[in-house]
Design a protein around this ligand. Structure first.
Ligand SMILES: CCCCCCCCCCCCCCCCCCCCCC(=O)SCCNC(=O)CCNC(=O)[C@H](O)C(C)(C)COP(=O)(O)OP(=O)(O)OC[C@H]1O[C@@H](n2cnc3c(N)ncnc32)[C@H](O)[C@@H]1OP(=O)(O)O
Ligand SMILES: Cc1cc2nc3c(=O)[nH]c(=O)nc-3n(C[C@H](O)[C@H](O)[C@H](O)COP(=O)(O)OP(=O)(O)OC[C@H]3O[C@@H](n4cnc5c(N)ncnc54)[C@H](O)[C@@H]3O)c2cc1C
Length: 664
């Protein structure tokens, strides 16, 4: 048996908790684990879903065509195996909760926008009658759609979008138009060659008056020929760092007419005679974005878990260098620096997943309240979704790079899958609101909370800590103590930012200019708030379920919570030393705790990543497979390079030989 296989098997013997129990804990319960595995077994047994030639060796066009082939086949397979007792929507949700798409696409499916944005946009923006019609067509995939908001000239500043939808009272139609090059829609996934329908966000104009941006259901292509309809220009935006099979496109309108009932009218309506009414909060038009931001947090936890599984398993089989010169080379995971790079990523993926589930519960509650006409929970939900999307994607992005570097040269090779996972995570730092911009949205609500508190008003539970003006007291080197410390840091940073802004206001700057001048501080406030929030939610949610865990698993989970809290307190020492009573000896103690936690977690490391229960197909990596046959897989994949199909490449005869013989 290969040495690496034995090494990984030995690692599994060291683990002191039941890995299956951890998997059930992550899935929610044993029944959910069983259901997920059943689905995976069925889908992953369809051999045609997998590439013979690795995706990276295909041309741009072939990659797209292959991704469409696999998406259609996957849809058919899912139709065959779906649970007849569940609705289309429930079946779709079960599937998207699994990570099956990443077994089939190293990148992403060109159908992903249909499910992640088009369908949610119909649900959030269409009235009951429209929903009945469009949702049925979308769920049957009679039509394939996307969500077109961003333009060549504007992505962040939605109020600046230039696409117009002008109501023509005579014909009872909207005329869609792109008045400039910068008004072209730019970026939407599936838009280029896949979607035939699209939810378009455009400035509504009626009788010369602007009513802000509104959603419109627009047919882009003929349902039979797939040719773009007249007045519609479509194309693809070109190759990118990642998302190359997602078919991101551009879209321009030349006075394109659509019937009045194509405006999605759940939140605002235009009558036949051109009267605009809005039943609800104008920010509900932004509702699809809130939903997707909530979903992104969970997807960051999943991508990070995949990355760290690959890096930990590899670190257990990779032997390089010695610790004691008189002893053999060690597994690289025995280096404390390696443990420092990797274990926090395991903890972070739990912290983010748990916080994402907590955020989802909040989302469901606020959505239910809004159905009943109560939208007072929306501002807090928006603030939470913004900072959590930003911090989770930024942390996952930093940590996947660390995981990749932790695999040395092999982490740079595409067959490790780490570069592609990085491509997916890096995109999430930008899409659905660029991270800085989202942190500033959260800062806006924190400054409001500060002012509310100053007026003696009650604060919501997630910001109530800013009302605590008591002296900090003695620093405690415990998870609770660190949470208190982070809350104090966030409150003090907020206080400092508010006084900076007030100084600018007093000096005569406008509120907007003062805000801009304070914005570096405000972004830091938002991040600090988010770190306090993740820490306290992570701890509280582990506490809430701890009584159901066996003693060894409970211990392992608390070690991760403690590691996570300690890691971040050491990362943010400057803030803690500035705003709390932490002393130099507390720091020394924290460092010692941190190092001893690394050593305690070390024997469980492989068990911890096994607990994520990713099938090899879902990891899609030469370095991360369950059996540890890393070197064999690297060679097998290298041999798939088209350059290895012949011993001498034709460029030798054409260029090299004449060049080397001085004949060129
Ligand atoms: C079967 C086959 C299977 C196939 C397999 C399929 C496999 C599938 C695999 C699936 C895997 C899934 C993977 C995911 C894929 C993802 C794809 C990528 C998706 C990416 C999509 C996008 O990328 S799509 C574009 C998103 N583009 C933005 O994200 C713009 C950001 N820009 C703003 O969002 C606004 O521009 C910005 C800044 C708020 C200012 O907006 P603004 O100027 O109007 O607002 P102000 O700042 O003035 O704020 C005024 C007041 O509104 C309040 N407020 C603002 N927003 C609010 C809101 N949303 N809700 C409530 N309240 C809100 C605010 O808090 C203020 O409240 P107050 O006044 O009380 O303080
Ligand atoms: C892979 C991918 C998929 C996408 N899919 C879709 C899709 O399906 N549909 C869709 O409509 N869009 C999509 N987008 C577009 C995406 O939503 C936008 O790119 C994103 O919202 C950022 O907008 P922008 O590109 O205009 O950046 P910009 O706003 O131009 O950002 C540039 C810089 O300006 C800064 N900045 C801008 N405004 C402010 C401000 N107010 N305060 C401080 N700093 C500011 C930003 O922080 C950033 O550093 C996608 C993007 C990517 C990368």
């Amino acid at each position: 048996m290969a040495r690496t296989v034995v090494d990984l098997a030995n690692e599994r013997k060291k683990c002191d908790f039941d890995v299956e129990e951890l998997t059930n804990y992550i899935d929610g319960d044993a029944i959910s684990t069983h259901k997920r595995r059943q689905l995976e077994n069925k889908v992953l047994s369809v051999k045609e879903l997998f590439d013979v030639v690795p995706e990276e060796y295909l041309s741009h066009k072939e990659k797209y065509e292959n991704a469409i082939r696999k998406s259609v086949l996957l849809y058919k397979v899912l139709e065959e195996i779906k649970d007849p007792n569940e609705t289309e929507m429930q079946n779709a949700r079960t599937f998207f909760r699994s990570l099956l798409p990443f077994a089939i696409f190293k990148d992403n499916s060109p159908f992903s926008l249909h499910y992640s944005m088009f369908v949610p946009a119909i649900i959030a923006q269409a009235n009951d009658e429209q929903k009945k019609y469009w949702l049925k067509r979308a769920m049957n995939t009679e039509i394939i759609g996307t969500y077109a908001q961003t333009e060549l000239g504007h992505g962040t500043f939605i109020r600046g979008l230039e696409t117009t939808a002008t109501y023509d009272v005579e014909t009872e139609e909207f005329v869609l138009h792109s008045p400039t090059l910068t008004a072209y829609k730019w970026w939407p996934g599936s838009l280029a060659h896949t979607a035939n329908y699209c939810v378009v966000m455009a400035q509504l104009n009626i009788k010369g008056k602007n009513y802000g941006i509104q959603p419109f259901m627009v047919q882009l292509r003929d349902e039979n020929t797939h040719m773009p309809l007249s007045g519609i220009k479509l194309g693809e935006i070109g190759a990118k760092l990642g998302f190359n099979t997602v078919n991101n496109g551009f879209l321009g309108f030349d006075q394109h007419r659509i019937p009045r009932d194509r405006m999605l009218m759940k939140n605002a309506q235009v009558s036949k005679d051109g009267v605009f009414t809005r039943k609800t909060d104008s920010k509900l038009t932004y509702g699809t974005m809130v939903y997707v931001r909530v979903m992104i947090v969970n997807s960051m936890a999943n991508h990070l878990a995949r990355s760290v599984t690959i890096a930990v398993r590899y670190s257990a089989v990779r032997k390089q260098s010695q610790i004691n010169t008189d002893q053999p080379e060690v597994q690289v995971m025995d280096f404390l620096t390696q443990q420092h790079k990797l274990f926090v990523a395991i903890a972070s993926s739990h912290a983010i997943r748990i916080t994402a589930a907590w955020l989802w519960d909040k989302y469901e509650k606020v959505t239910k309240d809004m159905e009943a006409g109560k939208s007072d929970g929306l501002p807090e939900l928006h603030a939470l979704a913004c900072c959590l999307k930003a911090v989770s994607s930024a942390d996952a992005s930093d940590m996947v790079i660390t995981c990749s570097r932790a695999c040395g040269g092999h982490g740079y090779i595409l067959s490790s899958n780490l570069p592609q996972i990085y491509g997916l995570i890096a995109a999430a730092c930008i899409y659905e609101g660029e991270n800085t911009v989202l942190l500033l949205q959260t800062a806006r609500s924190l400054v409001k909370a500060w002012e509310q508190n100053a007026r003696g008003e009650k604060l919501s539970s997630t910001v109530s800590y800013i009302a605590d003006t008591r002296p900090f007291g003695k620093w405690e080197n415990s998870v609770e103590g660190i949470i208190k410390g982070f809350e104090r840091v966030a409150a003090c940073k907020l206080s400092a930012a508010v006084s900076t802004r007030n100084k600018y206001l007093k000096s005569g700057l406008s509120p907007e200019e003062s805000w801009n001048m304070t914005s570096v501080q405000l972004v830091a406030v938002s991040e600090a708030h988010c770190r306090a929030l993740i820490l306290s939610t992570y701890k509280a949610e582990v506490d809430r379920k701890a009584q159901h865990l066996s003693a060894p698993l409970k211990r392992a989970m608390y070690q991760l919570v403690e590691l996570y809290a300690t890691y971040w307190s050491l990362q943010k020492l400057g803030d803690l030393l500035l705003y709390t009573s932490m002393s130099e000896s507390d720091v020394q103690q924290l460092r010692q705790n941190y190092e001893s936690l690394l050593l305690k977690i070390r024997p469980n490391a492989v068990g911890l990543v096994d607990g994520f229960d990713f099938r090899d197909e879902i990891l899609n990596s030469t370095l991360g497979a369950y059996d540890g046959r890393v070197y064999e897989r690297l060679m097998e994949e290298a041999l798939k390079s088209p350059l290895n199909a012949e011993p001498v490449n034709r460029s030798f005869h054409q260029y090299l030989k004449p060049f080397m013989q001085g004949k060129l």
